[in-house]
Structure formats: C-alpha cells, structure tokens
Design a protein around this ligand. Structure first.
Ligand SMILES: Cc1cc2nc3c(=O)[nH]c(=O)nc-3n(C[C@H](O)[C@H](O)[C@H](O)COP(=O)(O)OP(=O)(O)OC[C@H]3O[C@@H](n4cnc5c(N)ncnc54)[C@H](O)[C@@H]3O)c2cc1C
Length: 422
C-alpha cells in the first residue's frame, strides 16, 4: 500500500466525522481522519449535549431512538459511562402548542416511542424550580437524556482506534486531489493523503472544504448561546432533573452541576464568516460579552419560565458556531459533480444527537448499500442546481431564516412544512 493511503479519508474530527470513521472501521474499511486542530474542538466541543429523540416526523424520531441505543452500546465498547438518562419534558402554554404536543404524543406512540402526556402538578413536582402556573400541557419522554459531547467524541475515537482508524490532528486539508471528476486524495501541509473516497465532515467549515472543488454546499455558520447557572440553594436542580423544551419561548435546557443550563433558538443570531477566522481558530476560546444582545435575549426568555434567572444571576455563558442548512436538516451523501466525494454536514444544532445514526447511514452509503433508513429528506443533493440556493448571500439568508424559525414553527400535524426540529 502506498504510504498515506487508505480506503477513506474523513475531513474533520467532530462527532460527524468520528462516528462515520468508527462505523466504517467496524465494517472493515481502512480510514484516516484528518483534523485541522484537535479532535472535538469545533462545534462538538461547545454543544450542550441534549439527546432529545422526539422529532417532528416518525422517521426522524425512529432514527434518534436507534441513536440512543448506539450510544448505550458504545458505552460498553468504550468501557465508559456517557449517557445520563433523565427523561425530558416539553411544555406548552398556547392552544396551538397544546395541539402540537398532542400530535407528537400520538405520533410517538404510533412508533412505540416512550412518551406520555404529563399533568401540570406532576411537572411542578419534578421541576420545582420551573414556573408551571401558565403551562397548558406537557409531555414526558422518559428515555431522553444528555451527555458531555467531549465524552461521546472520546468514545468514538477510542472504538475507532481499536478498529484501526488513523487520526491526524493539526492537519488541515488545503486541497482536494482529483482524477478527472473522481476523488483521489487531499493535500495538507503535512503532505498528501490518498483515498478514492473523501468525506467532508468539516462542520461550519464544510462549505469552504466544498469550495476546494468549486462545489457549492448550502450551509451557513451561525452563532448559538446558552447559559449555565451556578448552583443556587434556593433553586436546587437535581442532577437527574428532566431536560426541557419550551418552544413558545424558544428555549431548551437541562441540569448541569447543580445549576441549570438554558439555551435559545432566538429569531436573531450572530453570523460568522469562517473564511476570515484565523487558521488556528479555536472555538473553545470563544467568549460572550455580558452586554451581548443575544445573551440579553436569552436571559429574558429564560426568565419567562425560570423567573429567578436575571442579569445578576451567577452564570457561565457558552457561545459557539453551528452549521445550519436552509431546511434545518443535514446533508448526507454525494453530489453529482464528483465521484467519491461525500458530504456529512449541516446538522443545524442537532449534530450530537444525530451523530450515532448518521455514522451508520454514512457507512451504508459509502459502502454502496441502500440505507436501512428513509434518507430522502437528508440527501446531500436536494438543493443541487436549485435557484435561490447557489450564491453565498442567498444561502446565508435562507439558513439564517431557518434558524430564526427553528423553534418558532409548529411541528406534528400542525406543521406547515416537511422540516422538523426538536
Ligand atoms: C453552543 C452549541 C450548543 C449545541 N447544543 C447541542 C445539543 O444540545 N445537542 C445536539 O445534538 N447538538 C448541539 N449542538 C450542535 C452540535 O454541536 C453540532 O451539530 C455537531 O457538533 C456537529 O458536528 P460536526 O462533526 O459536523 O462539526 P464539528 O464538531 O465542528 O467538527 C468539524 C471539524 O472539522 C474540522 N475542520 C474544519 N475544516 C477542516 C479542514 N480543512 N481540514 C481538516 N479538518 C477541518 C474542524 O476543526 C472541526 O473539528 C450545539 C452546538 C453549539 C455551537
């Protein structure tokens, strides 16, 4: 075998690339993962780590149910405990949202997802630190939970390594080698790496990696922020308190170290031009200013459900960059322009929870098999050549709009589009 050659080169060592590499290696494929910085320090290292399985469609919910099973198997294989099963609730305060929850309970039950309506007094008992007097309806998903994304990345890395995956860090891909329109390998400052199959799993940078072959990938890099309160004896949050989603106020969260983590999909968010960030940009070094407009929106929204949270509450603030697509769904598979060049990107704020099953789907596609899942909605070529999705400006506008409506829109039967977000 030529030095630096393998069956597959994965570009990007976040959860998407790591899960794909691990699943391929388990199927006997030789894989090299090339990471520009360190493993897991893109979006993956910034994530809140919620694993909510309930989505707007049965197929996507089913995928995430399988994903949780994969995480539990991974715990055994990696010999480590990762998943904290706390259960999660969704709360509704308007008639529309009440109907949305009823629809989702019906959908979940139709596919044997463990879900049930939850009475408000039960909700108040489980989450005494949450305002419940204005809650009209809630549902309970006992098998949901959360994890520390760094631990998930480490488990993918360990099991991948045990199956022979080669990982190269501080190794940015700067060029793509082609034989006509067929993938042949990549260029890096550390030399060329050869493989007939390349996987672009470069997260917020993936449209730049696509640009190396002149390909348009309709993703945008958008900011996200969450806060974590310090433990407060007046509002204790048990380690196993349920996760929550409150789409009316656009917030989600979970317990963290005795405090409460609350994040927001606000109408407005920051945009990043990945091209202008320094080559050694480290997402974990991002800091939010206390007077930041997006943080102010988050605190205001959090206060609607947790009235004890305000600007003076001792808290830690985390900001990071997500990779949004125009419909909030990822891109998995090849595009018509190059053979052997696969995409695995655009996870729109849900890449941690999607990564276990995405690794399976990517490995099926790369091995030339039909996926065991219905992947029509996440196929990479769904915007190929579609007017309005080709120029950076229009792509960014559309992704921004999707982020703004991510929690704003209704799901279930009441939903007005195919998109699902949870
Ligand atoms: C603040 C925040 C909170 C979040 N909370 C959640 C949550 O609760 N649940 C959930 O499911 N998801 C959450 N997410 C989303 C989740 O983090 C992402 O969807 C997921 O991490 C995407 O993984 P990835 O592998 O696609 O991208 P990344 O983790 O960004 O990995 C891409 C990697 O590619 C590398 N790379 C880029 N360019 C190159 C190159 N040219 N050569 C080599 N390597 C390259 C980068 O350095 C990076 O390490 C959150 C995200 C943020 C920012």
């Amino acid at each position: 075998m030529i030095e630096n050659s393998s069956d597959v080169v994965v570009i990007g060592g976040g959860v998407a690339g790591l899960s794909t590499a691990m699943q391929l290696a388990r199927r006997g494929v030789s894989v090299t993962v090339l990471e520009r910085e360190q493993i897991g320090n893109g979006s993956t290292g910034r994530a809140a780590g919620l694993l909510g399985q309930l989505r707007g469609t049965a197929e996507h919910t089913r995928m995430l149910m399988d994903g949780v099973k994969i995480v539990q198997e991974l715990e055994e294989q990696a010999g480590t405990e990762i998943y904290v099963q706390t259960g999660s609730v969704r709360v509704a305060e308007t008639a529309e949202r009440e109907k949305e929850i009823a629809d989702l309970v019906e959908m979940g039950r139709s596919i044997d997802f463990d879900i049930a309506p939850m009475a408000t007094d039960e909700l108040a008992k489980r989450m005494p630190y949450m305002r419940t007097d204005d809650v009209a309806a809630a549902c309970w998903c006992p098998t949901d939970g959360h994890l520390q994304p760094a631990e998930l990345a480490a488990a993918y890395h360990k099991v991948g390594r045990d199956h022979g995956v080669r990982y190269e860090t501080s190794c940015p891909v700067t060029g793509v080698l082609l034989d006509g329109s067929k993938a042949r390998g990549v260029e890096t400052p550390r030399g060329e790496f050869y493989a007939p199959i390349l996987v672009n799993a470069a997260g917020p940078w993936s449209h730049l990696v696509a640009g190396l072959t002149g390909t348009t990938l309709p993703t945008a890099a958008l900011g996200h922020v969450y806060l974590t309160t310090q433990p407060d004896p007046d509002h204790p949050v048990d380690r196993l308190s349920p996760g929550f989603r409150n789409r009316h106020h656009r917030i989600y969260g979970r317990a963290e170290n005795g405090g409460l983590l609350v994040g927001i999909y606000a109408e407005e968010c920051a945009e990043y031009d990945m091209e202008t960030l320094p080559p050694d940009f480290d997402m974990s070094a991002m800091k939010a200013r206390r007077d930041d407009f997006h943080l102010a929106m988050l605190i205001h929204a959090a206060q609607q459900r947790f009235p004890w949270i305000n600007e003076r509450t001792p808290m830690h603030v985390t900001t990071g960059i997500m990779t949004f697509s125009p419909d909030g769904l990822p891109f998995c598979g090849q595009l018509p322009d190059h053979e052997g060049l696969f995409y695995c990107s655009g996870f729109s704020g849900h890449g941690i929870v999607q990564s276990p099953v995405i690794g399976v789907i990517m490995s099926e596609l790369i091995l030339g098999n039909r996926s065991t899942y219905d992947i029509a909605s996440i196929e990479a070529d769904r915007y190929w050549g579609v007017p309005g999705f080709q120029e950076r400006d229009e792509i960014e506008q559309r992704c921004h709009k999707m982020q703004g409506s991510y929690y704003g829109r209704l799901e279930g039967k009441s939903a007005d589009s195919k998109t699902d977000t949870a």
